[in-house]
Each structure stands twice: as structure tokens, then as C-alpha cells.
Ligand binder design. Structure first.
Ligand SMILES: [Zn+2]
Length: 194
């Protein structure tokens, strides 16, 4: 269930993505005036959890500007306590009505898990967080690369929306919506999933 602000936020994101995808971006709200307007406080209309991949910059692919998006990024959009705490702050203190979990095609973090290679150091945290999604995707028996990305998005949507006590309560009250999406690094298109 999505309330009106969440629906409007999603519409604004998808309209911005259409402009970007069609090679007609407006580059809105990126000038000195906007900087001055937002200096005393932020009021973003959406939070985005996305991969750290350099080909997936949320402000560019959604054609938004300064103060529009509250963005949390990590490889494979893997969440830790800091990431969840950041999204919690966006939902409860900044009052964003919408959180978008944005996975993407050709995600190196997901493909590293698919390839099953050895990892060491802190990268292991990322790989182990993604592994259950890859295992679920294998069981589906379809296009494993596509399904692994989607399962990883679904897992993060579930983790964020059930995050107790704050976000889960906001989701239950209908104040915050959490949706999953996948960005295609070739076409530039964002598709809502799940
Ligand atoms: Zn990625």
C-alpha cells in the first residue's frame, strides 16, 4: 500500500528516469540557488538504497538535484547497522514517504557470489550477505543472473521494511513505502520489481 506522497515520489523518480533514458535530462535543482535554499535544512522526497557501482549514480539516473534524494550506497546494496540507521533517519526524522532499493544488471557483487570465488577481508561480509539471495535464485531454475539481482533486491526490501522498531512501524502505519527496482546499465531504464 502506498500513500499519495509515496506515489508522487515514485512518479517523480520514474519521470526523471525517463528523461535520463531518452537523453533529455533536465539536470534540475543543481545550481547555487538550490544550494542556498537547502543550506538550512534538507527535505528529500525519497531515500534510495543502491549499489556503490560507479555506473549507478541515483541523482543522475533519476535526473534529480541537490536535496532531492537521501542516498545510502554499498556494494550489492548490502545493509549493515549504519545503512539501516541511515534509512531509519530518513524515514523517521526527514519523513521521506518512499524508500527505493535499487539493484542493477551486471552487478559485480552479485556476480562474484555467482562465480563462487574466494573472498577475504571485509569483502566477505558483502559476499555472505548476498549468498542467500543467489541460492534462492538457483532454486528458481530460470535466468540465474537476472533472478539473483531480483532476489537480492527483494531481500533488502524485506530487511528494510521489517526493521524494528522504527521503519516497521512506519510501514505498518502506511507512512513509508519500501519498493524494489532494478536499473539496466545498458538501456538506462529503471524497472519496479516485486
Ligand atoms: Zn552492483
Amino acid at each position: 500500500m502506498m500513500n499519495d506522497p509515496a506515489r508522487q515520489a515514485l512518479e517523480a523518480l520514474m519521470e526523471g528516469n525517463a528523461r535520463f533514458r531518452e537523453g533529455n535530462p533536465a539536470h534540475p535543482r543543481r545550481d547555487g540557488r538550490r544550494r542556498a535554499e537547502t543550506a538550512s535544512g534538507q527535505r528529500p522526497f525519497a531515500a534510495i538504497l543502491s549499489c556503490a557501482d560507479s555506473r549507478v549514480p541515483p541523482e543522475i539516473l533519476f535526473d534529480q538535484g541537490i536535496g532531492d534524494l537521501f542516498v545510502v550506497r554499498a556494494a550489492g546494496h548490502v545493509l549493515d547497522a549504519a545503512g539501516l540507521g541511515s534509512l531509519e533517519y530518513a524515514a523517521s526524522h526527514l519523513g521521506v514517504p518512499l524508500v527505493v532499493v535499487l539493484g542493477h544488471t551486471r552487478c559485480g557483487a552479485v556476480e562474484a557470489v555467482l562465480a563462487g570465488g574466494e573472498t577475504c577481508g571485509s569483502a566477505r561480509f558483502v559476499v555472505e550477505a548476498i549468498r542467500p539471495s543467489v541460492e534462492r535464485a538457483r532454486l528458481l531454475g530460470g535466468d540465474i543472473r537476472r533472478d539473483a539481482v531480483r532476489e537480492n533486491v527483494a531481500a533488502a526490501v524485506s530487511l528494510v521494511s521489517s526493521c524494528e522498531p522504527v521503519i516497521a512501524a512506519l510501514v505498518a502505519a502506511g507512512s513509508t513505502a519500501v519498493v524494489g527496482a532494478v536499473y539496466d546499465v545498458e538501456s538506462g531504464a529503471v524497472e519496479i520489481v516485486g
